[in-house]
Design a protein around this ligand. Structure first.
Ligand SMILES: Nc1ncnc2c1ncn2[C@@H]1O[C@H](COP(=O)(O)OP(=O)(O)OP(=O)(O)O)[C@@H](O)[C@H]1O
Ligand SMILES: [Mg+2]
Length: 405
């Protein structure tokens, strides 16, 4: 099973430029999470911080009990071995053929013999559909093949955590669809923790278990996909709809007055539909998640996540609660003591022990539940953010907004 990544109160600046501050989230082990955000909001900086290539000034990143912001270089080196990273540009060595590129981490970080290296490289190349291209140079292959070669290289050390920085950029829609399937299949096969940065809304809507969004130097929200996909938070909605109207402008931020006027006009037109043609299929509501290809194992994270999300169900907005409950089988609804359509008023009953032997064990008491899994960072993004957002205040503001939805 993949490794949990706990980020607490993380802030990163370059000189006087704050990139983001007070970012708190947990990547649950083995689950797929997506990080969204307009260009320049610091998504790549976040990934590089997770792997210890950049040092945030404040906060913690705890992986397997080690805070990588404070640990020794030696310890960091060890923790890094848990990671596979697919960089935004693939980052292949131009003068090395694909085989040598993919073999590189094995030759650098292990003492494996060439026969063993060959076996591993060919196995990973097969996984990403690159068998036969071993001798090609990166310059001789298509962008999609380069991405897949970068992915094979990210996989050779059997990582527990994989970071993907825009794996789908520059690919045609069909290849994006193949790549998304490949990501889900990989997750089913290796059960590692995935974090994907993407601008593709179709990917965001169909691949992850959790979605987060960076905007205006804050993590606006992070939580189960159902929360963000049903959210009416203006910035989240605008991004997932892929439309011009809303707080996000061409240069990341818009004047709050202008954004509010645009949203009012959009409402008056009775529309929520995208006007500019969203990338990767924007829209409202929840679409089914991509399933692993037939014949592959089921994703182990799906069952674990179900248990985890049911623990925090009562803290989620009612639209997300409804969507989550509707996704359960009748047997699971009985097990968790919830009923379709109950929404915020979902009733809990003691777990039924008969016929649920294969189901996860019932969740702990509500009072013990973590709050940092999903909470919105601040009030409506069009408004001024509260001065010192705390988990409690965030939840109160969420409930306030939830009541008016
Ligand atoms: N090493 C660095 N030194 C100084 N500033 C940097 C450095 N790396 C990134 N930045 C700045 O941090 C900000 C965020 O950059 P980042 O590459 O993380 O954005 P992003 O969200 O990944 O954008 P995109 O979607 O376009 O890839 C930018 O203003 C960038 O100029
Ligand atoms: Mg980037």
């Amino acid at each position: 099973m993949g490794v949990e990544v706990v980020v607490e109160g993380l802030s990163k600046s370059f000189g006087k430029q704050t990139i983001w501050r007070d970012v708190t989230l947990t990547l649950p082990p083995g689950e797929i999470s997506v990080l969204l955000g307009p260009s320049g909001t610091g998504k790549s900086v976040f990934l590089k911080s997770l792997v210890g290539l950049l040092k945030p000034e404040y906060g913690k990143i705890v992986i397997s009990g080690t805070d990588i912001c404070r640990c020794s270089e030696h310890k960091l080196y060890d923790v890094r071995k848990l990671f596979g990273v697919l960089f935004q540009d693939g980052a292949l060595f131009g003068s090395m053929n694909l085989f040598d590129n993919i073999a590189f981490p094995l030759r650098e970080h292990t003492r494996k013999g060439e026969a063993e290296i060959r076996r591993i490289v060919l196995e990973k190349m097969e996984m990403v559909g690159l068998i036969g291209a071993e001798k090609k140079l990166p310059g001789e292959i298509s962008g999609g093949m380069r991405k897949r070669a970068g992915l094979a290289r990210a996989l050779v050390l059997d990582p527990e955590i994989i970071l993907f920085d825009e794996p789908d950029s520059g690919l045609d829609p069909v290849r994006v669809a193949y790549l998304n399937q490949l990501i889900v299949d990989l997750n089913a096969q290796i059960d590692a923790t995935f974090l994907i940065v993407t601008h593709d809304i179709g990917t965001a809507r169909t691949v992850p278990d959790n979605i987060g969004m960076l905007f205006r130097r804050e993590l606006v929200m992070f939580g189960p996909r159902e929360v963000l996909l049903t959210s009416t938070e203006p910035v989240v909605e605008q991004f997932l709809m892929g439309r011009r109207e809303g707080p996000i402008g061409m240069s990341e931020e818009k004047d709050a007055g202008q954004a509010a006027a645009e949203l009012a006009a959009l409402k008056a037109n009775g529309g929520g539909g995208p006007l500019g043609g969203p990338k990767g299929g924007g829209g409202t509501g929840i679409v089914p998640q991509i399933e692993p290809t037939e014949g592959l194992p089921i994703r182990k994270a799906v069952e674990r996540r179900k248990d985890r999300v049911m623990q925090i169900l009562h803290t989620l907005p009612s639209s997300a609660q409804d969507a989550i409950i509707a996704s359960l089988t009748r047997e699971e609804q009985v097990h968790y003591g919830v009923f379709a359509g109950a929404g915020a008023h979902a009733v809990r009953e003691p777990a039924v022990s008969t016929s649920t032997a294969q189901l996860p064990t019932p969740y702990p008491r509500a009072a013990e539940l973590p709050e940092t899994q999903w909470q919105p960072k601040q009030g409506s993004i069009v408004d001024e953010p509260p001065q010192q957002p705390t988990a409690q205040r965030s939840r109160r503001s969420w409930l306030r907004r939830g009541g008016s939805q």
